[in-house]
Design a protein around this ligand. Structure first.
Ligand code: 2AL
Length: 280
């Protein structure tokens, strides 16, 4: 099966690190395609960043539909564009915050999220609320490490994050830690070894969940809120994102349609000049 792992920020080295983590846990028959958009913010640290990362993310989902991807992981802890991506995709789409919080909720009676900047704490609380995870989420703690400083050589990020995780276990009444940024994925094993408690990072959790749903031949429902976007003309800079409303492929079912290379599904693609266009 093919799982497309989309880092919605434009920082390639983060995408590559996530790809390494994902491939370490993927089953032998699973191909992980790790990508990031070329337009948008280099890191996502607020609602504005999230909003403007979303068009590039959706273009990658639409391209994935044409490429025959079986499922998608949105690899940013704000889960930007999750529901919009589900409207485009036939297969399952899982956000890393969604995956990590659900995993933590069955591994421990309560968890703490340890995230990057303080300004992202509210976003994590909103997600916990949205996913029904608030009763498991004991606290959301900021480290004030910026996303692009997480893997800077010589940075104190590892020590700062580990110290905050320790405080979370000591002070929050939590028995598990959820790492609140995709850029922390490669730190997970080291932190878990040091803490001796479950530490969940969403990239790997979401890859395994997506893999399980695809293996079960389950796809995204197309009857209700996740139906294809309605056909309409968008104006101005977003004109190329105008949905065509062609959901015939979706109605044929995810398993079959995902392998249909000639599918004229409403899709966005980037041509050689990097221009996004519809129905390539
Ligand atoms: C993130 C993340 O996962 N990727 C990114 O660019 N920002 N999350 C965060 N809390 O800073």
């Amino acid at each position: 099966m093919r799982i497309k792992l989309i880092n919605p920020n434009t920082t390639r080295r983060m995408t590559e690190a996530m790809g390494r983590c994902a491939r370490e846990v993927a089953a032998p028959g699973t191909e992980v395609i790790a990508v990031n958009p070329t337009m948008g913010p280099p890191s996502i640290e607020g609602y504005y960043d999230e909003a403007l990362a979303t068009p590039g993310l959706l273009a990658e989902v639409a391209a994935g539909e044409r490429e025959g991807c079986d499922g998608y992981v949105i690899a940013c802890f704000g889960d930007p564009g999750l529901y919009a991506a589900r409207e485009l995709a036939r297969g399952p789409v899982i956000g890393i915050a969604e995956a990590a919080m659900h995993a933590a909720s069955v591994l421990a009676p309560g968890f703490s999220v340890v995230t990057t900047l303080a300004r992202t704490c509210g976003m994590a609380w909103h997600l916990a609320e949205r996913y029904g995870m608030k009763r498991f989420c004991r606290n959301v703690r900021a480290t004030d490490v910026a996303v692009l400083d997480l893997d800077k050589p010589g940075s104190a990020a590892r020590r700062i994050i580990l110290d905050e995780c320790r405080r979370a276990l000591d002070e929050d009444g939590s028995d598990a830690i959820v790492l609140g940024c995709a850029g922390m994925a490669e730190l997970c094993a080291e932190i878990e070894d040091a803490l001796g408690a479950p530490v969940i990072e969403g990239v790997t959790a979401a890859v395994k969940w997506t893999e399980a749903l695809v293996a079960l031949r389950l796809s995204t429902a197309k009857r209700g809120d996740y139906a294809r976007p309605l056909a309409k003309r968008y104006d101005g800079a977003l004109a190329s994102f105008s949905p065509t409303g062609d959901d015939a492929a979706a109605e044929r079912g995810a398993g079959q349609a995902a392998r249909d290379a000639t599918d004229q599904h409403a899709a966005l693609a980037q041509d050689d000049a990097g221009v996004t266009r519809v129905n390539a």
